[in-house]
Design a protein around this ligand. Sequence first.
Ligand SMILES: *Cc1c(COP(=O)(O)O)cnc(C)c1O
Length: 220
Amino acid sequence: MINENLATIKNSIPSHVTLVAVSKTKPNELIQEAYSSGQRIFGENKAQELKNKAEVLPKDIEWHFIGHLQRNKVKYIAPYASLIHSIDSIKLLIEVNKQGLNNNRIINCLLQFHIATEETKFGLSLEEAKELLTSNEFLNLKNIKIVGVMGMASFINNEEQVRNEFIRLKHIFTQLNNNFFKQTQTFQTISMGMSGDYKIAIEEGSTMVRVGSAIFGNRN
Ligand SMILES: *Cc1c(COP(=O)(O)O)cnc(C)c1O
């Protein structure tokens, strides 16, 4: 099942788009199954769960943290996370930097944007991101690297609205790239698209999709 699902999804996404297999709430046996069919990038949204899985599963797995991150939980994922998708404040970024330093590594991060109409979703506005990126505090952080943006579209059955939210995130990415990252060329990732909307997201410029239920089945 899982290998068939993975094959179907891989066949439907272009080679420049990275597939993050979202394994949150799923047991290690199922992750191992996906690993056996070649998947190496997995996404988790609970810090302790990511840590527990990373400790026992193969070491060449790239673990992505995709959920809302509390500052007091950063220490659990700092040794393992190859990418944190959910940076939504300078305070959180300062803590990630501190734990990166503690672990002697540079942690790649995405800025999360609030693009949905639903209020429950987390994320920055473009103005807040510009403020973050021009702050003195940000300029002192040597153990993090901002490599792109992430966003979640509204969870609704309205393709036009979902598409417009993805277009907005692509626009935010372009603005930030032009204003802050043109020289470094390290700003490359647009993480958008889930099981229900990743095809639309790719049409609108996604370079990284986060797909859970279409691979592992529904969560409880
Ligand atoms: C759970 C989750 C996903 C995957 O959702 P599916 O609909 O199961 O593909 C993607 N991104 C984030 C941030 C998530 O929390």
